[in-house]
Design a protein around this ligand. Structure first.
Ligand code: XUL
Ligand code: CO
Length: 439
């Protein structure tokens, strides 16, 4: 096992069970434990986000870096990238996760030209491939950073400048090559700058057509190189743009449908993006899942008192349980996984804090998995829901839904009936049932 950057952790984080008081042990996540026919590792498919965990330095808009990582010290950019990747794979192994995710610019530095930037990425992809082979850690998804470089300040795919759109297309082509080379199981599109700041200079219709063309070209290229991974779009309503086009699951589904892209994509739902859009995490998951389009999850949480993307580690059992109910309800995430798109707070300055954060998130989802599986096995919610819609199983309900009747026939039927009966939704009873499982 790699052992250079996290010397205080000498062996992989063990599972010790819920009685354990060891902060560096799992209390619930036991990767081989079987739950409803799959192991916990197979259900949860945890992934570490390279950008936060390896690249994060604690700086924010008001303050300088507060994390002083050994792996950030080499002065030469490519040496620093290699040290960072060594630290990454040591962290993955010691934590015991099977997957990681990256942006192209997380793993390799930009050069002074696009050609040099591509060469840097190729060097680091080869380096990653070797480390993946040595450790068995796999790539959940790759993506292109189309928001950091100032050239994308007015959009990448939706830039008003065709040359900038072309640069973004070339960058995505190269990031797709990298993801395929590393056996990535998915590829994510998050349009951080694909939106507008002011309508005074913006043609929304044109920008959406550009975005659709961009995605169609990516689909064509994917086919041409035989990349089998799933394409994912990650909705977010704002930040950094004032208004992002893929604002939530429903808007993204509508966009994909309008432009004939539905068959080629699924959604990557991020908890904090859902809450920024004024929805709950589970709402976004449920909307995507109902459309058969829930592909993967960026697992984190926001802060209800703060209006921005705080990207905290998920610790709220209600939220993780509601999420696992949706995920188990669609029989898992397929090639997707639970990627911790989350960062430790600026004051959590030590490398060991990265372990505490991920252990907490993994336990919060493992515990939720156990709870959700019991709720499903006991059919406490499903039997209530089935009964709630029971009037559609026969009689007028079945006739309406079969499409064989219309308003005039229905009026004749209603005229012959007494008034419909009030039927309680039993919300409080159901909330109490959910609470009784959260132990
Ligand atoms: C930003 C965000 C991104 C995407 C990938 O809020 O979530 O890191 O997950 O580009
Ligand atoms: Co994300």
């Amino acid at each position: 096992m790699l052992n250079r950057f996290f010397p205080s952790i000498q062996k992989p984080i063990p599972f010790e069970g819920k009685q354990s008081k060891n902060p560096l042990a799992f209390k619930y996540y036991d990767r081989e434990q079987r739950v409803g026919g799959r192991t916990m590792a197979e259900h949860l498919r945890f992934s570490v986000a390279y950008w936060h965990t390896l690249k994060g330095d604690g700086s924010d808009m008001f303050g300088d870096p507060s994390f002083f990582r050994e792996w950030h010290k080499p002065a030469d950019p490519l040496e620093r990238a290699k040290a960072t990747m060594d630290a990454a794979f040591e962290f993955f192994q010691k934590l015991g996760v099977d997957y990681y995710c990256f942006h192209d610019r997380d793993i390799a530095p930009e050069g002074s030209t696009f050609a040099e930037t591509c060469r840097n990425l190729d060097v680091m992809v080869a380096y990653a491939k070797k480390l993946q082979q040595e450790t068995g850690v796999r790539l959940l998804w790759g993506t292109a950073n189309l928001f950091g470089n100032p050239i994308y300040a007015q959009g990448a795919a939706t830039s008003p400048n065709a040359h900038v759109m072309a640069l973004a297309a070339a960058q995505v082509k190269h990031a797709l090559d990298a993801t395929r080379e590393l056996g990535g199981e998915n590829y994510v599109f998050w349009g951080g700058r694909e939106g507008y700041e002011t309508l005074l200079n913006t043609d929304i219709k044109r920008e959406q057509q550009q975005m659709a063309r961009f995605l169609h070209m990516a689909v064509e290229y994917k086919k041409s190189i035989g990349f089998a991974g799933q394409f994912l779009i990650e909705p977010k309503p704002k930040e950094p743009t004032k208004h992002q086009y893929d604002s939530d699951a429903a808007a993204t589904l509508n966009f994909l449908r309008e432009f004939g892209l539905l068959d080629h994509f699924k959604l990557n739902i991020e908890a904090n993006h859902g809450t920024l859009a004024g929805h709950s995490f589970e709402h976004e998951l449920a909307v995507a899942s109902a459309a058969g389009m829930l592909g993967s999850v960026d697992a984190n949480r926001g802060d209800l008192l703060l209006g921005w993307d705080t990207d905290q580690f998920p610790t709220d059992l209600y939220s993780t349980t509601m999420a696992m109910l949706v995920i188990l309800g669609q029989n898992g995430l397929g090639t997707g996984g639970l990627n911790f798109d989350a960062k430790v707070r600026r004051s959590s300055t030590d490398p060991v804090d990265l372990f505490h954060a991920h252990i907490g998130g993994m336990d919060a989802f493992a515990r939720a998995l156990l709870i959700a599986q019991r709720i499903i096995d006991d059919k406490v919610l499903s039997s209530f829901v089935a009964e709630r819609y029971g009037s559609f199983n026969g009689g007028i309900g079945a006739r309406i839904m079969s499409g064989k009747t219309g308003l005039a026939d229905i009026e004749q039927w209603v005229l012959t009936q007494p008034a419909p009966l009030l039927q309680s939704g039993r919300q409080e009873m159901l909330e109490n049932i959910l609470n009784s499982y959260l132990q």
